[in-house]
Design a protein around this ligand. Structure first.
Ligand code: PMP
Ligand code: GLN
Length: 380
């Protein structure tokens, strides 16, 4: 393993999902639903395979139908206009979009400021690009970004802000005021922004605000999303980038040599999914909101300090009230103690002190599974 990747080992999701399988535990760790997305969308994928749509290499930038549907989605939900031919790129999930964007836009030695805790692939991709990550720590209990601190972190070597809203794992949703202040700094210091918005449809109060919509931001922002979360098909790995034509061209250059293209038939199905009526998106959100409260109430009853998320399908909790200190040890022992798997937030931190006692649970599971997990946790 080269020096850039030292210490990045096995992802926590692989470790904890393997532990869940090995111990037969309820897996509230890795964020994937236990119920697949809409039947008609699954049928669209099957139909595409059987009718020979996308069974051979699809076009590199993604099939035109999907690029058109992504552009329509950005207009419909965010009022953002993108040209499907030059300003939309289909990727192998948001994961590839993040990797391709960072590999395309960073020079070795560039500094990238990212909200900490950060999704684990950010650290790995910044490292693979030879760049340096600079954390802006979101601290309990509010997990808001300190904008004065952000200003103080910007140096002449800062090239890019890596944002994630709604934020995994804290559930923070950046407000229009916070985004406006961040955008002003990006413009003042001529920074690029990569905005990971995979949970854009999981905001429980109000709506998601894309930073690309703010003045001066369209030409410097790479927005990223994915079908995995919104349509509950995480295994399909269909994601996309929207940005100005020069930025999309840069990301496409890197993407060409990472995967060249992503799975063809699923692209046809996701094009249909993006055109589902508003009721689908509202129903999905309402369902997850109910599950959030089911799990949050249960965790509170079990003695955790719960930070009820504004968005995403994750709850960050603090184990200190249970007389525990170390989230990593806690998560490694939890399957044997009570048959539940969770994710220790500390792995998403450079400032490990800020995350040591925090543990993340996902609530994208059936109600009976959440109820059973809570009753097991109450016996701790
Ligand atoms: N970004 C964040 C914040 C995530 O939580 C995830 C996990 N879905 C991803 C990116 C990766 O998305 P995908 O599965 O589409 O690659
Ligand atoms: N995004 C998912 C999570 O945060 C995990 C995806 C993965 O395993 N890479 O749980």
């Amino acid at each position: 393993l080269n020096r850039r990747l030292q210490g990045l080992g096995t992802t926590i999701f692989a470790e904890m999902s393997a532990l869940a399988t090995a111990t037969g535990s309820i897996n509230l760790g890795q964020g994937f639903p236990d119920t697949d997305g809409p039947r008609e969308i699954a049928e669209a994928a099957a139909r595409a395979v059987l009718t020979g749509q996308g069974n051979q290499y699809p076009p590199g930038p993604g099939i035109p139908e999907l690029r058109q549907a992504v552009a329509e989605h950005q207009q419909r939900f965010h009022g953002l206009a993108y040209d499907p031919d030059t300003e939309v790129l289909v990727t192998a999930g948001a994961t590839e979009a993040i990797a391709a964007a960072l590999l395309a836009l960073l020079e070795p030695g560039d500094e990238v400021i990212a909200l900490e805790p950060f999704y684990d692939s950010y650290a790995a991709c910044v490292a693979m690009a030879g760049a340096i990550r600079v954390p802006l720590t979101l601290r309990a209990p509010a997990f808001r970004p300190d904008l004065d601190e952000l200003r103080s972190l910007i140096t002449p070597r800062t090239r890019l802000l890596l944002l994630n809203t709604p934020h995994n794992p804290t559930g923070t949703v950046l407000t229009p005021e916070e985004l406006t202040a961040i955008a002003a700094l990006a413009v003042e210091h001529d920074l690029l922004v990569v905005a990971d918005e995979v949970y854009e449809h999981l905001v429980f109060n109000g709506v998601h605000h894309p930073i690309a919509a703010l003045p001066g931001m369209r030409e410097r922002t790479v927005s990223i999303s994915s079908a995995g979360k919104t349509f509950s098909f995480t295994g399909w790995k269909v994601g996309w980038v929207t940005a100005s034509a020069p930025l999309v061209a840069a990301v496409r250059t890197a993407k060409q040599y990472l995967t060249y293209v992503s799975a063809g038939p699923f692209q046809y199905a996701v094009a249909e999914a993006l055109r589902l009526p508003d009721e689908y998106f509202a129903g999905f959100r309402a369902d997850l909101l109910r599950k959030r409260d089911l799990l949050a109430d249960g965790l509170e009853a079990a003695g955790f300090q719960v930070f009820r998320p504004e968005g995403t399908y994750f709850i960050t909790s603090d184990i200190t009230p249970l007389g525990e200190k170390d989230g990593l040890e806690f998560c490694r022992s939890l399957p044997a103690r009570c048959g539940v798997v969770a994710i220790p937030n500390v792995v998403f931190y450079d400032n490990t002190e800020a995350g040591r006692s925090l543990v993340r649970f996902t609530f994208c599971k059936r109600d009976d599974v959440l109820t059973e997990a809570v009753s097991r946790l109450r016996r701790l």
